[in-house]
Design a binder for this molecule. Structure first.
Ligand SMILES: *Cc1c(COP(=O)(O)O)cnc(C)c1O
Length: 434
């Protein structure tokens, strides 16, 4: 070493002039950018990095604007609640960016007057489900159910089958949500069987509504009986139907999944659903139904507390009007194509990897019991941690001593990234590993 490296460490101003750091200072806290530069300068003074590398190291050490990390979902679970459920379509992302500044979300540019909030999203939702006379959007599916039961049944009774008392996840149970809305549950039938007479006999002066909840995350098979919306609707009290997933119309891929259009045609007064399940959009709660019922919900004071933000409205409209969502691309992924892609990944990463059949699932409280046949790359189980903690993080499915990377939910254009991540995680041919 000829010169003292400390004397060659660039000055803070000079490093901050790097375009990447100048740009970062407009997006991040400028003090945080300076801290990253000072830390890199210190490393250079200590001789840990070359003085010429100070800017590069500062860039690499910049804090992220958000601690949320984008991950590759290689679980084969299309709507993975822990991974944020539905990934948004490019159209929805673009709409959110447009909506992120000042917008006309609640303003009519022609008249200069206040306008109905989110009218574009509401019109798109109404157009997608012709059987709905009126629609509304709230924060999520649980909020939609809360608003419907509070408005229609606070202080009175809601009749529900014992086979539909669902825990949706993370310890949250829909019966508790309904009682927290001030309604009393009138449970009828048994876990496996509930008949028309059970409902009919329970109706009395205290009955405000009947509730059908789709058991979206479990299946009861065997000696079972249930009552459909059409029969319940004949009994008189309004039928609230929580379909769960937000499927708007029947789909042959998911024959047992209830949809909004069918439930409304069968006579439901209002249906509630999620925006970020099978609709493939942002987190939202959808309410569709008879005009007088949905209007009452919209005017309830609680509706204001459950209001959805402008970014969600923009993404929802773009999802409804846009092309195939990533969720449906994953659901419909062709098995033969998944196999070809898995083989290409194995060929690229080497000996420790093999292609195996893999069943995907819908997940996220939709189509329980349904499997989506496909293919995965199987690696030794101990690669799972390195894959999760790499960049980008890859989340696979650990099963019977192996880490499976199911390609169903990985967009094909990200296969190269996946291959690089697998290589970085230490999967390679025997020779490369030494
Ligand atoms: C998922 C689900 C909910 C809750 O919806 P969120 O959008 O997660 O609040 C309620 N009911 C059923 C049947 C569901 O599947």
């Amino acid at each position: 070493m000829n010169a003292d490296p400390r004397r060659r460490v660039p000055r803070t101003d000079a490093v901050l002039a790097d375009p990447r750091l100048r740009d970062a200072a407009t997006r991040l806290d400028p003090a945080a950018v300076k801290d990253a530069v000072r830390a890199a300068q210190q490393q250079a003074r200590d001789g840990a990095i070359a003085p010429e590398a100070v800017a590069d190291h500062a860039v690499a050490a910049l804090p992220r604007p958000s601690s949320t990390r984008a991950v590759i979902n290689a679980t084969g679970v299309v709507l993975h609640t822990n991974l944020g459920r539905a990934p948004l379509s490019p159209a929805a992302v673009e709409a959110m960016i447009t909506a992120s500044g000042s917008t006309d979300v609640e303003f009519d540019l022609t008249t200069g007057q206040r306008a109905r909030r989110g009218r574009g999203a509401l019109a798109a939702l109404a157009a997608a489900v012709p059987a709905a006379e009126e629609v509304a959007v709230v924060n999520n599916g649980a909020a939609a159910l809360l608003l419907a039961t509070t408005t229609l049944a606070a202080g009175r009774e809601v009749i529900i089958s014992r086979g539909e008392l669902v825990e949706i996840g993370d310890g949250f149970r829909l019966p508790d949500l309904i009682t927290s809305a001030g309604a009393r549950l009138r449970e009828v039938g048994t876990t496996n069987r509930t008949t028309f007479a059970d409902y009919a006999d329970a109706i009395g002066p205290e009955t405000a509504a009947m509730l059908k909840i789709h058991p979206s995350n479990f299946v009861i098979t065997g000696f079972t009986a249930g009552v459909g919306v059409a029969d319940l609707a004949r009994l008189g009290p309004p039928v609230i139907t929580d379909i769960g997933s937000g499927l708007l119309a029947p789909d042959p891929l998911l024959p047992d999944e209830p949809d909004a259009d069918t439930a409304l045609r069968a006579g439901a007064a209002v249906i509630t659903a999620s925006g970020d399940k099978l609709l493939g959009g942002p987190q939202a709660g959808l309410l569709l139904g008879r005009a007088e019922v949905v209007d009452r919900l919209r005017r309830h004071p609680m509706a204001r507390a459950l209001r959805v933000d402008k970014l969600t409205l923009a993404a929802l409209e773009a999802t409804l009007r846009g092309p195939l969502t990533p969720t449906w691309a994953a659901l419909r992924a062709d098995a033969a194509l998944l196999r070809t892609r898995a083989e290409a990944v194995v060929a690229a990463v080497g000996a420790d990897a093999v292609v195996v059949p893999s069943d995907g699932v819908v997940g996220g409280g939709g189509a329980p019991g349904l499997t989506l046949p496909g293919w995965a790359v199987a690696l030794p189980e101990d690669h799972a941690v390195a894959l999760r903690t790499g960049e980008p993080p890859v989340v696979g499915r650990v099963e019977r001593g192996r880490c499976l990377l199911d390609l169903r939910c990985v967009p094909p254009e990200r296969d190269a990234e996946l291959i690089a991540a697998v290589r970085a995680a230490g999967v390679a041919t025997g020779t490369d590993r030494d």
